[in-house]
Design a protein around this ligand. Structure first.
Ligand code: DC
Length: 227
């Protein structure tokens, strides 16, 4: 199926499978996939390693803002990079997951990430996943999906992913981390997680990734491929 040059925004709660869904869309339609959460995770790793956030999640926002000017955070062949260091593995750790929501609530961090997303998104034929792509970053995106799923299903998926990577993943801890992130992401002042009025909800609790792709293809066929 050939579709026009559009931006597809995939927003929703943590661990609803946004990135798997966005990647399969990118692959199907030869779109560029951009993982906005990876940029927030990259800033978080940088903040942890340079002591801009402590164990109690107290943030030196002023210091961090100044340091962001010199932070070379970008996507490369194997995922996310700071300079020429691939940080893909570190940014998926629980240590980063624990601190990413408070870091993502800092307005200066959001401005830094939004600037990067706009550089990439100006070329269209892009699918981006995140929390505020359809509401704040690209409010004019031609297609907006808002993903949700049962919290326990989400915790089980995330725990299985972590176990597959050899990380310790106790289901209760993972569920707690997800719920905390949902709360902070939805209640922060700077562009909170919210469904855009024109977004279509996808609850994928009982769906395979293939079911989700079929669902999307039907929507695209209806909206963009009418004769
Ligand atoms: O999608 P993810 O779990 O990798 O995202 C990590 C965190 O980044 C998430 O808890 C909230 C934040 N985030 C955000 O605030 N806005 C986005 N567009 C993407 C992610």
């Amino acid at each position: 199926m050939r579709i026009p040059d559009i931006i597809i925004a995939v927003d929703g709660y943590s661990s609803t499978g946004k990135s798997s869904f966005a990647k399969i869309i990118a692959n199907e339609f030869s779109f560029l996939y951009l993982d906005s959460g990876a940029l927030y995770r990259g800033v978080t790793l940088f903040a942890i390693e340079n002591n801009y956030i402590d164990d109690k999640c107290t943030i030196d926002a002023e210091g961090l803002e100044k340091a962001l000017g010199g932070l070379d955070l970008h996507f490369g062949e194997n995922g996310t990079y700071i300079g020429d260091r691939c940080i893909e593995k570190e940014i998926r750790s629980l240590a980063v997951a624990d601190k990413v929501s408070p870091i993502a609530a800092v307005p200066q961090v959001r401005e830094f990430v939004d600037r990067k997303l706009h550089e990439f998104g100006s070329r269209k034929r892009v699918v981006m996943d995140g929390r505020d792509i359809g509401t704040t970053v690209f409010p004019d995106a031609e297609l907006k999906i808002f993903m949700t799923a049962d919290p326990m299903v989400r915790a089980q998926r995330r725990a299985a992913e972590m176990q597959a990577k050899g990380e310790n993943a106790d289901i209760e801890t993972v569920l707690k981390n997800l719920q905390e992130r949902d709360y902070i992401d939805s209640h922060r002042e700077a562009s909170p997680l919210a469904k855009a009025d024109d977004a279509i909800v996808l609850d994928n609790s009982g769906m395979t990734i293939q079911d989700q792709l079929e669902w999307l293809k039907n929507i695209i066929a209806e909206r963009f491929c009418q004769a």
